[in-house]
Design a protein around this ligand. Structure first.
Ligand code: ZN
Length: 347
């Protein structure tokens, strides 16, 4: 039995953009062994859809230093200029739109779009940007991105931008680092609420998190973050953040990145499924059965070797069933909770 699932976060579009060759779409459609996610394996695994992130990487260091490098870097990467962010974001948006034209996926602008795509057995994609660097503070480019399908914004990646400040990748550290949202960041929250754009709190620091919680009239969402009490990374959620998300009836997507799963933050390929289940247990305790979902971080991080790639997701779902989670709850974690959150935040 294949359990359909929806993924809260992956960086596959950047992987495709950075691959050699002019045809950036074909590797996704036909299979890309160097990636953790492509269409043939998504279909085989039961992936119904997901948030496809557009992450504009640091100009010089590149994503690899983040994904495979030291987890304990104390410094935030430099800020990224608007034009640089827009160039790579356009590249990734183009790949997403061409994949849709090729029939490989559907760019979904609402929960009913997602449901329709799932019914047609077409991969349901939500256009997400990870870090709002491609958006100017007059929100002109936001209109253009919205028209292209944008429906979800991570206000920051792990650096500062015109809207707020992200957390560095540090272990044994609280996310309470740096200032809150700028005035433009606060306005971005209001504009996104109005337009039906989901806001993602993953990578945001504590002060920014508090600002979003105070301003936003929508449930709080962290698409790919884990439990700080188990793995005290600045990228993970501390108790008061989980309580705020629970109070708002929001959702957290489990991040498979080993550095955010391991108690000591060390990048270990032999991270067991049991540790992922431990984080899910803690998330269910904190958020309830409607508050937990999946947020793989495929193609953006080292994930447990036992999972390997997207075809390993059924192993995680089976591990939850084996732990005594009922089929109904596993169905919520796999798909239902994201569907409800898309309905609530996007429409
Ligand atoms: Zn991320």
């Amino acid at each position: 039995m294949t359990i359909p699932f929806f993924d809260g976060h992956n960086d596959t579009l950047l992987k495709l953009l950075e691959a050699d060759g002019a045809d950036k779409e074909r590797p996704f459609i036909e299979g890309m062994p160097s990636a953790q996610l492509d269409l043939p394996r998504a279909k085989a695994a039961g992936m119904a859809g997901g948030f496809l992130a557009m992450f504009p990487p640091p100009l010089k260091t590149g994503l690899a230093t983040v994904a495979g490098g030291p987890a304990l870097s104390p410094n935030l990467p430099p800020e990224l200029a608007l034009a640089d962010a827009q160039l790579v974001t356009n590249g990734m948006a183009s790949i997403l739109l061409r994949l849709e034209r090729a029939g490989a996926l559907a760019v979904c602008r609402s929960a009913s779009d997602v449901r329709a795509a799932i019914d047609r057995q077409v991969l349901a994609a939500i256009f997400h940007i990870e870090g709002a660097e491609a958006i100017d503070t007059d929100f002109r480019s936001l209109d253009v991105l919205y028209a292209a399908g944008l429906r979800s914004i991570g206000i920051v990646w792990s650096r500062a931008n015109a809207f707020g400040t992200g957390v560095p990748f540090r272990h044994n550290v609280d996310p309470d680092i740096g200032p809150g949202l700028t005035d433009a960041g606060k306005e971005l929250v209001r504009v996104s609420n109005r337009m039906g754009i989901m806001l993602d709190l993953s990578h945001l620091n504590a002060a920014g998190f508090r600002d979003v919680a105070a301003i936003s009239d929508k449930p709080l969402v962290a698409t790919h973050s884990n439990v700080h009490a188990i793995s005290p990374s600045s990228r993970n959620l501390v108790d008061w953040q989980l309580a705020a998300i629970a109070e708002s009836k929001g959702v957290v997507g489990l991040n498979y990145a080993v550095g955010f799963l391991q108690p000591d933050g060390v990048f270990r390929a032999d991270t067991p499924l049991e540790l992922m289940v431990r984080h899910v247990d803690a998330l269910v305790d904190a958020l309830g059965e409607d508050g937990v979902a999946l947020g793989s971080d495929f193609d953006g991080a080292m994930i447990p070797a036992v999972m390997g790639d997207v075809t390993g997701v059924p192993k995680l779902l089976q591990a939850l069933l084996d732990k005594g989670y009922g089929e109904e709850l596993v169905g919520k974690i796999a798909l239902g909770n994201w569907l409800r959150m898309i309905e609530t935040t996007i429409g």
